[in-house]
Ligand binder design. Sequence first.
Ligand code: NAD
Length: 246
Amino acid sequence: MDLGLTGKVALVTGGGRGIGAAIAEALAREGCEVALVDLGDCAAAAEACRRHGRRALAIEADVCDWNGAEKVVARVAQELGRLDALVCCAGITRDNVSWKMTEEDFDRVLAVNLKGTFTYARAAGKLFKEQKSGRIVAIASINGLRGKFGQANYAAAKAGDIAIAKTLAKELGRYGVTVNVVAPGLVETEMTRKLPAEAFQAAVAETLLGRPASPADVADAVVFLCSERARHVTGEVLKVDGGQYV
Ligand code: NAD
């Protein structure tokens, strides 16, 4: 199936590793030029995209930087010639039960996962509104839908991402822009490698398919939502969780 992505340009935040790196590579495989934005090093992830014969721009930036987001979006559009899709994937966890959660851990998780999605969605959304086309995909979590023991900060941020996406879908729909959410369940990445083994196994046991997702499982759903094939899908939350939250 031709996804209609050849020659398109996509920006992926949190593209340096894990799910974001897999999304960037999957988009490159389908023909996109990509820009990867990350607090950490994106060089290896960008190189993986280039191996598909596409240009890849690695940009070091903090997604919490409001003005920085506008500058990065403008830079990508200038250097890669256009911008067609934004994937907001940068995220962190700092888990603790509510009675032990610190203000710092609450604020930082909200800043990266919630504000960091809005800064980029807002900046790209402005451009997409002008050009009357564009795709925005936010990576939330099933824990933003169901809540999660020890994750008041993270679950609130991810629920907020869903609210932002639905709001922007309403604001930008008349300009031909779609805004959707992918809500993964347990995915095997650095983020979940730090979980205690019992917690990891308990999450696997919740799935109906009996395994955690790979980053590629999530990336394929994102590629679909960025593609021409998803042209009439907006304001949607697509769980990619092997049936973990049914
Ligand atoms: P990861 O820790 O492997 O990767 C996250 C990336 O985000 C890193 O490269 C990190 O440097 C970057 N990042 C963190 N803070 C940033 C900031 N302020 N500015 C720019 N970049 C920043 O995690 P992952 O598992 O790949 O998670 C990716 C996304 O998927 C996150 O939004 C996460 O909440 C979400 N998610 C993950 C899982 C899971 O089980 N791993 C489940 C549901 C949702």
